[in-house]
Design a protein around this ligand. Structure first.
Ligand SMILES: Nc1ncnc2c1ncn2[C@@H]1O[C@H](COP(=O)(O)OP(=O)(O)O)[C@@H](O)[C@H]1O
Ligand SMILES: [Mg+2]
Length: 330
């Protein structure tokens, strides 16, 4: 169960693992993108996806039963005596993956999600693999290897370190820098660093015309799927000067009791939007803050920032400060 923020390398890892483990699973592999956090499409309906898999396993389309339960049972039966890998990529909920879970241990399911999906651990004894961004060294190595035609020299290392840091050491952000540099030979490393450092909107540089890899679009998909309280807290954190917070401070930002703030923080951790660096202490990446800020500027959630109270906080959940009642999220 590979979890982590958008662009951290979950799909890349799942594909690499499936490829590496091929000798142990000689009967084949399925790769299914369930589209849980897609900028361009809705999450895929498991009933259709499993129908396709059954057909791929040799069952005539006319013989594929209707209904998810019947399809799931047939699918499990078909793979029961096989050694296969099933990659379920971009999953949003436990319910989305349940029908595909093999009944036998001869098959391996590799699941990726921005959500931690702890239910998978409880129900299927899944092995959790939360992915972090690159370390400083990995990010710099990545840049210098991919920018090989720039002939990166020793004296460039501080610039690489700065670019890595301004990109939150996020693989997708670093790949975007590389893609820009490839086509703009006049763009020096110092110009890249300057663009990223000086611009209020890092996505004016870190962008791509393809929404499936455009960083702001990709990040904002996680933001949009949040409930009202965590979304309200993320809004406030994104406008705050600080990149870290704790329960007390978060409660103050939201005008809610600490227990409510804690639950909102946990939801943000669950969605891989913030990280708990020490018990009770959380940090928010620069790019996530920037994307949340931009979304607020253009979206209905702006009222979350300007009002006294996040939408969705019930009477009992709020403190005694003055409150608004914007219902901008579901
Ligand atoms: N370990 C890695 N080494 C090099 N590049 C990586 C690594 N992990 C991810 N990438 C690159 O980062 C980008 C985002 O990775 P991806 O797997 O699509 O992220 P996610 O699935 O978490 O959104 C891709 O361009 C991918 O090739
Ligand atoms: Mg992915």
């Amino acid at each position: 169960m590979v979890s982590g923020q958008a662009g951290v390398g979950k799909t890349a890892l799942a594909v690499h693992a499936a490829r590496t483990l091929t000798p142990y699973y000689p009967d084949g592999q399925f790769f299914v993108d369930l589209g849980g956090f897609s900028a361009v499409s809705q999450p895929r309906d498991p009933v259709n996806v499993i129908g396709d898999l059954i057909a791929t396993l040799g069952v005539h389309r006319n013989d594929v039963p209707e209904g998810l339960d019947a399809r799931s049972m047939l699918f499990r039966g078909l793979i029961a005596d096989k050694k296969m890998i099933i990659v379920l990529d971009n999953v949003q909920t436990l319910e989305q993956v349940r029908p595909f879970m093999p009944g036998e241990e001869t098959c391996l399911a590799i699941i990726t999600s921005r959500n931690r999906l702890t239910g998978l651990i409880t129900t299927y004894q899944a092995l959790p693999l939360p992915l972090s961004t690159f370390t400083n060294g990995e990010a710099q190595d990545y840049l210098s290897k991919r920018l090989v035609e720039r002939a990166v020299h020793r004296q460039d290392i501080p610039l690489l370190a700065e670019i890595a840091s301004l990109c939150d050491k996020l693989p997708l952000a670093l790949s975007t820098v590389v893609a820009k540099a490839v086509y703009r030979s006049e763009l020096s490393l110092s110009a890249v660093a300057e663009e990223l450092r000086e611009s209020e909107d890092p996505f004016s540089f870190l962008n791509d015309p393809d929404p499936s890899v455009d960083l702001k679009t990709v990040l904002s998909c996680s933001y949009r799927s949040l409930g009202s309280l965590p979304a309200g807290l993320l809004s406030r954190l994104s406008w705050s000067d600080k990149s870290s917070t704790d329960v007390i401070e978060a409660g103050g930002l939201m005008n809610v009791a600490s227990s409510v703030a804690r639950s909102a923080l946990l939801s943000l951790v669950e969605a891989s939007l913030i990280e708990e660096i020490q018990p009770g202490h959380y940090t928010v990446g620069r790019l996530i803050r920037a994307s949340a800020r931009l979304l607020l500027e253009s979206g209905p959630a702006r009222s979350l920032h300007t009002s006294g109270t996040p939408s969705g906080a019930s009477e009992g959940e709020t403190s005694s400060h003055s409150r608004g009642s914007h219902n901008t999220r579901d």
